[in-house]
Design a protein around this ligand. Structure first.
Ligand SMILES: NC(=O)c1ccc[n+]([C@@H]2O[C@H](COP(=O)([O-])OP(=O)(O)OC[C@H]3O[C@@H](n4cnc5c(N)ncnc54)[C@H](O)[C@@H]3O)[C@@H](O)[C@H]2O)c1
Length: 310
């Protein structure tokens, strides 16, 4: 039975992956700061920034690592760039090195479309921006410490692949939403809470910034494929369809049969204007997103109701 170490396995995406892999017959160890009880998953309490503890606690017989632990807030990364560097980059370097020394064969990390950053880096005119789709071949111009640490971690991983032969794949995720995300503060849970609490939400800027939203089960599928088929290098993982924030609100209204009350506030800066992704590489590797936006949003809404989240 293969032994997979998941870092950040108590979090939104890491817990879904851990439970899925345990159900598929893997031995799963979850390294996280926060304890979470999950059937078939062993918990290892560890701060991955602490190299000595990580070395002492990291299992000796791991076959693969799925690295999800990170500071995930882009705005938080602007407030504390050094903190995000320590968690997202320095700790990734420790994990790669420990993996190398322990003979781990595969290492897959959650990267982000934030590595792309500006879509107009090379003097392209803004009328072109709407048509540009991110591909794995494009150069990276991250706008925030969060995006920069993810890009730098990808570079380190590439070097470990080439120098030491460890399979290293980064999955550049778009905006992930799904069931069991009540603890998150991203746009989809904020909209759901506003419906349930009958409050208004704030939209940054004009609400026309477009994003690609991918349902959690599709992300779990992608990581499972990456692990089992040994994906190497960067792969963009998204739904392949983008919506503006105003379109997303309209989709929530259709999916839940509730009106969403919102107001516009000034943009916080550092936000990418648009994210449109080309998922041909992932599709060529067997990935096929299964959830439409309405289906996914309806599942999230009912999950919030069933769990009594508000
Ligand atoms: N959610 C998204 O939309 C999205 C999009 C792109 C990329 N990602 C990436 O996917 C990964 C998982 O995101 P998520 O939404 O599940 O985040 P999350 O915040 O729900 O989970 C992160 C987990 O990492 C743990 N963690 C943080 N710092 C740690 C440390 N120093 N030591 C040990 N554990 C630590 C946290 O306790 C938490 O359980 C992250 O790497 C994130 O950057 C997420």
């Amino acid at each position: 039975m293969k032994h997979i170490v998941v870092t950040g396995g108590s979090g939104f995406i890491g817990s879904a992956i851990s439970k899925h892999l345990a159900g598929r017959g893997y031995r799963v160890s979850n390294i996280d700061l926060v304890h979470r009880e999950m059937s078939g998953v062993s918990y290892i309490g560890c701060d991955i920034r602490n190299r000595d503890s990580l070395e002492a606690l990291f299992p000796n017989d791991a076959d693969g690592v799925i690295h999800m632990a990170a500071i995930t807030s882009v705005l938080q990364s602007k407030k504390d760039p050094v903190g995000v560097f320590e968690t997202n980059l320095s700790a990734t370097s420790s994990l790669l090195e420990i993996s190398r020394l322990r003979g781990v064969k595969t290492f897959h990390m959650a990267s982000s479309n934030a590595v792309f950053g500006s879509i107009l880096p090379l003097g392209r005119s803004s009328k072109d921006e709407i048509d540009i789709k991110f591909t794995e071949e494009m150069s990276l111009y991250p706008l925030t410490p969060y995006g920069a640490t993810k890009a730098a971690a990808e570079m380190l991983g590439a070097a470990y692949n080439d120098s030491y032969g460890i399979t290293f794949g980064s999955l550049r995720l778009t905006n992930v939403y799904g069931t069991d995300m009540g603890g998150k503060d991203s746009i989809v849970p904020r909209i759901m809470r506003s419906i349930i609490n009958k409050t208004s939400i704030e939209i940054y800027g004009d609400g026309l910034q477009w994003r690609d939203y991918i349902f959690i089960d599709d992300v779990v599928d992608a990581f499972t494929l990456a692990l089992e088929d040994g994906w190497n290098g960067p792969t963009i993982v998204g739904s392949g369809v983008s919506y503006s924030v105003l379109d997303l609100i309209a989709a929530v209204e259709r999916a839940t049969d509730h009106k969403v009350d919102f107001s516009h506030v000034e943009s916080k800066g550092g936000e990418m204007r648009g994210v449109r992704v080309d998922i041909s590489l992932a599709k060529g590797r067997g990935f096929n997103p299964r959830f439409s936006i309405e289906d996914g949003l309806s599942r999230v809404y009912h999950d919030f109701i069933e769990r009594g989240i508000h």
